[in-house]
Write a protein of this length. Structure first.
Length: 485
């Protein structure tokens, strides 16, 4: 009997000692037991799409994409995924339906096997939203609109989705952003979409106490709001990712606040593609892949350019000072296919400009503040004119947009002197403020049909900002006769 009692005593003591050691170990480690068991590292890549979001989060064999950039950058995104061996997406999260977040979603869904998609809790109105929904229907990829806080586990990653709770009024996409967070081991990140003041206030008001996040994808490309400081105080980030572009950099006030927080700041405009890696120990390494360099001078010293992977030249600067300029079709033997961001910014001498056939892209702010530019000849090969490309060109009175253009970008002609513009039949949408403050613009020649024009005007960005502040009415929209029949 005594032997039995002794054995029972020893067994009980052993169990208590084991439990005590387990509790002590758990107390010594921050986070939860699930975090401590995490084996795979965490990699977060902000793919450079300019002023837009396309973020890849990977752990082991699991992959999540948050937003898909622009429609025009979808080819770059797909190439990046292919080059880095990404063959499928477990989850695609779309934060909201602005073109710099949802624009590339249709191409991604059609070309990359995707298990499921999470969407914000509202119905979009833009052409890009409709394209994405058509792709979802074609591929039968399941999707869900997130109306309340929810979460899911994927491998070692623990995800949460945070709807803003703000009702969509047709004009507040940013504040309706679906935010997301991931924790993996002792590493963590929060992705704030494009939340502006109301969206930030809603989130901070709801989550007054929150475990800090090491990495914060800053809301709305680094714009400053009156309550940005409140969000930073809640998050306490070690690293801030800013998806800005050359056409619109992060706010200086935002950068000052991040400096006060001692956060390391990486931006798309400065660093290109940003890759953050962790072994889930709360420590991080950061790599960058600059996709647009200042450029090297040509043999004449008149031009600066960079080479693409296809061995074509993108002009990044001009030193000639001519009033009448025919851009060459080749530089140092390389065919010219693009005009880079701010390449001719503030060239005040420039009055007459001809861009050669073969050029397909004009970058952000490429000719902005060319205040004496009167005449522009655009090539038929042109496929995109980026944000603010001809903004503040006060002397520019007329523009003929080539047939290959499908979208008039944000602020592309803001405060120009336009009195007349010709738009191709293939135009599908307009960006924010694309013709804003063109107070002399009286006539638009549209090469399509009246029905097409009426459809274009339904696009949210037309009604949102593009033309409401122009202080004129389009009383003289002319539809090309050949398209009427």
């Amino acid at each position: 009997m005594k032997k039995i009692r002794l054995s029972l005593f020893l067994f009980t003591s052993f169990i208590m000692l084991f439990l005590l050691q387990a509790l002590t170990a758990a107390a010594a480690a921050p986070g939860t037991g699930k975090e401590a068991d995490s084996k795979n590292g965490l990699t977060i890549t902000a793919i450079d799409v300019g002023k837009g979001d396309c973020i890849l989060v990977e752990s082991g064999e699991c992959t999540v994409m948050i937003d898909a950039g622009y429609e025009k950058t979808s080819g770059d995104v797909l190439s990046w995924l292919s080059e880095h061996g990404v063959e499928k997406l477990d989850v695609l999260i779309i934060s909201h339906f602005d073109k710099d977040h949802v624009g590339g979603a249709a191409d991604v869904i059609r070309n990359v096997p995707t298990e499921r998609v999470y969407l914000p809790d509202y119905i979009g109105t833009s052409k890009k939203y409709k394209n994405m929904m058509a792709a979802l229907e074609e591929t039968k990829v399941p999707y869900r609109q997130v109306s309340k806080e929810s979460g899911f586990r994927l491998g070692d990653m623990s995800w949460k989705l945070y709807p803003s709770g703000i009702s969509f009024d047709g004009d507040n996409d940013n504040d309706c952003s679906l935010a997301a967070s991931v924790r993996c081991g002792f590493s963590s990140a929060f992705f704030a979409g494009d939340l502006e003041e109301d969206g930030i206030a809603s989130f901070v008001g709801k989550y007054k106490v929150l475990r800090p996040f090491d990495i914060l994808k800053m809301p709305h490309h680094g714009n400053h709001e009156d309550n940005t400081e409140d969000l930073l105080a809640l998050m306490k980030p070690k690293i801030a990712l800013i998806t800005d572009g050359n056409e619109r950099r992060a706010s200086g006030n935002t950068l000052d606040l991040l400096k006060e927080q001692n956060a390391k700041v990486y931006s798309s405009a400065e660093n290109g593609t940003i890759i953050v890696r962790s072994q889930n120990d709360g420590e991080y390494t950061v790599e960058t892949e600059v996709t647009q360099r200042p450029g090297t001078p040509d043999k004449s010293g008149e031009w600066r350019y960079v080479l693409t992977k296809e061995e074509t030249a993108v002009i990044t600067g001009y030193e000639g000072g001519k009033a009448s300029l025919d851009i060459p079709s080749e530089i140092d033997g390389y065919p010219v296919t693009g005009i880079g961001p701010s390449a001719f910014y503030n060239c005040r001498n420039l009055k007459k400009l001809s861009i050669p056939e073969g050029v397909t892209d004009i970058g952000p702010s490429a000719f902005s503040w060319c205040t004496n530019l009167e005449e522009v000849k655009l090539p038929d090969s042109l496929k995109s004119i980026d944000e603010a490309a001809f903004s503040w060109c006060f002397a520019l009175l007329r523009i003929d947009i080539p047939d290959g253009i499908r979208e008039v970008a944000d602020a592309v002609f803001t405060r120009s002197g336009l009195t007349e513009a010709t738009l191709p039949a293939g135009i599908e949408s307009f960006g924010d403020s694309s013709f804003s403050h063109c107070k002399k613009l009286a006539v638009i020649h549209f090469k399509g049909s009246r029905e097409q024009w009426d459809e274009i005007k339904k696009d949210k960005d037309w009604n949102k900002k593009s033309h409401a502040d122009m202080e004129i009415e389009y009383s003289s929209i002319q539809v090309t006769e050949s398209e009427k029949n």
